[in-house]
Design a protein around this ligand. Structure first.
Ligand SMILES: NC(=O)c1ccc[n+]([C@@H]2O[C@H](COP(=O)([O-])OP(=O)(O)OC[C@H]3O[C@@H](n4cnc5c(N)ncnc54)[C@H](OP(=O)(O)O)[C@@H]3O)[C@@H](O)[C@H]2O)c1
Length: 301
């Protein structure tokens, strides 16, 4: 798979990142999850996107995705993967209580490293923001992780362009590492912003201008719009219809009808990212091996 160099880092990541939110859940049980990681590497992938909170929405083991990756790492060399995890998400039992505090972030990183059975992550990301928190103490805290070698590069997710710029300006003024990557919602599909969860940030013109100006790379979640165009092509029910229904997506679906197969629609939806004005890596959750092969073939060398 083709690789993309992330601006301001020495990381070359695969053109698709493997979304790990469902690893270890009934959708992708542990054995299948390990096969999925093996297959991803075989297909030339290297970027795994997980989070401390994945998949605590399912009762049972906590931090399941990180544990599953950690058990995979027990028998595989660490340097085979570029590992991104996230902290500072609210506890799911108390979703309105922010955990974007230095104490919570410190606790999350150290628990993540325990779960992942590794001494460092390549990218450490704040999963949510709390705009009432000053960026200074947050960036000071994160810089400590880079200093002690537990984190190579910093990133934020669901932070607006304005807050990301504020954090990077603080970092520059204090000679600290900045957020090199911003993870947000972005796909070829138009979205109805009013239907999004309140704590999601999606690509917009401010973010695009900021990203271009500052050399930010983007990791893009819901990059297939939950399979929207492929499902329209196949006449299957749409996931998250409130987010995706609308005239622009109807027009795009009509256009894509001309492609020879559903797999081509999926590949087209992913290749779209390669022609953006900023480095943009689609993250995809695969439900099975066929989906995984189809997606990865979009960027086969
Ligand atoms: N930072 C954040 O706040 C945040 C939020 C959400 C997600 N994420 C990350 O982004 C990753 C992906 O997000 P996502 O699950 O929302 O988005 P997605 O990749 O757009 O949607 C995944 C769904 O797309 C369908 N799909 C995958 N490959 C397909 C193919 N070849 N053909 C047809 N359909 C296909 C599958 O649906 P079916 O199961 O119905 O087949 C799959 O469950 C997550 O695992 C996570 O790592 C981050």
């Amino acid at each position: 798979m083709k690789k993309v160099r992330l601006n301001g880092t020495d990381l070359s990541v695969s053109s698709i990142g493997m979304g790990c939110a469902n690893l270890g859940t009934p959708k992708v049980p542990e054995g299948q999850a390990h096969e999925q990681i093996d297959m991803f590497l075989e297909l030339g992938g290297n970027l795994l996107d997980t989070a401390h909170v994945y998949s605590d929405w399912i009762p049972g083991e906590k931090n399941r995705s990180e544990h599953v990756i950690g058990r995979w790492l027990d028998s595989h060399p660490r340097e085979k993967i570029i590992l991104c995890t996230k902290g500072a998400h609210p506890d799911l039992e108390h979703p309105s209580v922010s955990r974007v505090t230095p104490d919570d972030i410190r606790r999350d990183l150290s628990e993540s490293l325990d779960c992942l059975h590794t001494d460092h992550v390549d990218i450490y990301m704040l999963h949510r923001d709390n705009p009432s928190m000053k960026v200074g103490p947050i960036m000071d805290c994160l810089a400590g992780f880079v200093e002690d070698g537990r984190v190579r590069y910093l990133a934020c997710s669901n932070w607006t362009a304005e807050r990301h710029a504020e954090a990077n300006a603080y970092a520059a003024a204090h000679d600290l590492p900045r957020f090199s990557v911003n993870e947000l919602m972005w796909s070829m599909a138009e979205i109805n912003r009013t239907a999004l969860p309140r704590d999601y940030v999606a690509m917009d013109t401010d973010m695009m201008d900021f990203g271009r100006r500052e050399g930010i790379s983007f990791f893009c979640f819901s990059s297939l719009a939950k399979g929207y165009f492929t499902r329209r092509y196949l006449g299957l029910p749409i996931h998250d219809a409130a987010v995706y229904s609308g005239k622009a997506n109807d027009r795009m679906s009509e256009k894509l009808k001309g492609l020879p197969s559903a797999a081509d629609v999926t590949r087209e939806s992913l290749r779209w990212f390669a022609s953006r004005e900023v480095p943009a890596i689609p993250l995809v959750s695969f439900s099975n091996a066929d989906q995984q092969m189809e997606c990865c073939s979009a960027f086969a060398e």
